[in-house]
Design a protein around this ligand. Structure first.
Ligand code: 5GP
Ligand code: ZN
Length: 138
């Protein structure tokens, strides 16, 4: 628990939220932004700043719940797909520094668009890019 963290307070019920689901390790609630129909957040109850700082158990707990709720939305709630998004770090748009996964439930021909914009990169640039991004396990 981080006393300055709104998502810790939401997980503890100290700040009200529209709860979708809760288990021992995770909490799922509607995003307050009301910007996208069904916009949902999945958080670990444990305070972890971001996905890159999450331990293995927290990752497993969060993604098990992401899968559970995605299945629920598709099987029981009238949706046919989901976009699953994580913003990690301020440059990526993370505004609440408590690890969370966004679920955007989707329907055919809905008005939503969850995407990203950047310049087109050519094959030549991929040659350079792979040198920068290739990962070899130590
Ligand atoms: P981020 O930009 O960090 O990936 O996402 C943070 C999300 O948390 C935003 O979509 C924002 O609308 C949502 N949010 C911020 N404060 C609250 C709150 O007090 N309650 C709820 N339900 N959502 C919040
Ligand atoms: Zn927190």
């Amino acid at each position: 628990m981080n006393n300055d963290c709104i998502f810790c307070k939401i997980a503890k019920g100290e700040i009200p939220s529209y709860k979708v689901y809760e288990d021992e390790n995770t909490f799922v609630f509607l995003d307050i932004a009301n910007d996208f129909y069904g916009h949902t957040l999945v958080i670990p109850k444990k305070h972890v700043k971001s996905i890159v700082e999450a331990d293995e158990k927290t990752m497993l707990n969060v993604f098990k719940t992401v899968q559970l709720i995605s299945n629920h939305y598709i099987k029981n709630c009238g949706f046919s797909g989901v976009n699953i998004v994580n913003n990690c770090g301020e440059s990526a748009g993370q505004t609440v520094m408590h690890f969370h996964i966004h679920i955007f439930p989707r329907k055919e021909n809905d008005l939503g668009e969850v995407g990203w914009k950047q310049e087109n990169i050519s094959e030549l640039k991929l040659d350079d890019l792979i040198k920068q991004l290739k990962y070899t396990k130590m």
